[in-house]
Design a protein around this ligand. Structure first.
Ligand SMILES: O=C[C@H](O)COP(=O)(O)O
Length: 221
């Protein structure tokens, strides 16, 4: 399973990329708003992310509500950098936009996917990536991991005539990462804080502390 970083924060992206574990970045309007960025500065910000990511796929989300608007955003985003991916919310307008953009060679990440039919339709329309959300199911007391597993099973059953990868999104915990990997999800997009949590384990900390303590004895001997 590959890791994408789910953030628009350049410092977080620079740090995670330096760890050598990141295969892409996903952003959304909420994540961009958190950076304090402006509408006018959006394209420059995405250009900076693409530069840090040096060819890795970077998702930029359209806020258009018509097919034409989404196609126009997809084309505009594609001019920012060759590694940009147009992120579109699953709906009929976006299916049509995905179909058109895919024919132009522009990759689409279809987002806000919660069901198997939505995922199948996204793949049929030509989406390169499909993003089923996990944590938001958990938020409403449903099992997000089970829903992601259903999408993975259904999508991996078929050949859509183009490459399709499932991005487990709305990933919040190390257990979400574990479950996504065990079910064979292609990618998990993980916020920086959750990625840092995933590196840690109390037994690792305890083991390291005891190794360092014992090393002092070696130095003193
Ligand atoms: O845009 C996709 C994000 O992965 C959503 O994550 P969230 O549910 O934690 O906001």
């Amino acid at each position: 399973m590959k890791f994408f970083l789910d953030t628009a924060n350049l410092e977080e992206i620079r740090e995670a990329v330096s760890w050598g574990v990141i295969s892409g970045v996903t952003t959304n309007p909420s994540l961009y708003a958190k950076t304090g960025g402006t509408l006018a500065g959006y394209e420059d910000h995405m250009r900076a992310i693409c530069a840090v990511c040096d060819g890795l796929p970077v998702s930029a989300e359209s806020c258009a509500d018509t097919t034409e608007g989404m196609i126009e955003d997809g084309r505009r985003f594609a001019r920012i950098a060759p590694n940009i991916v147009a992120k579109l919310p699953v709906c009929t307008e976006a299916l049509a936009a995905t179909h058109a953009l895919a024919q132009e060679g522009i990759s689409v990440n279809m987002t806000l996917v919660f069901t198997v039919p939505q995922a199948l339709l996204a793949a049929r329309a030509g989406a390169r990536y499909i993003s089923p959300f996990v944590g938001r199911f958990d938020d409403i007391a449903e099992d997000g991991v089970e829903q992601l597993s259903n999408v993975c099973a259904a999508i991996h059953n078929y050949d859509f005539g183009h490459e399709v990868e499932i991005i487990g999104a709305s990933i919040r915990t190390p257990n979400h990462i574990t479950q996504a990997a065990l079910m064979g999800c292609d990618i998990a997009t993980v916020p920086f804080a959750a990625l840092k949590k995933a590196v840690k384990h109390p037994l690792t900390d305890r083991g390291l502390a005891s190794f360092l303590e014992d090393w002092k004895k070696v130095e003193q001997a």
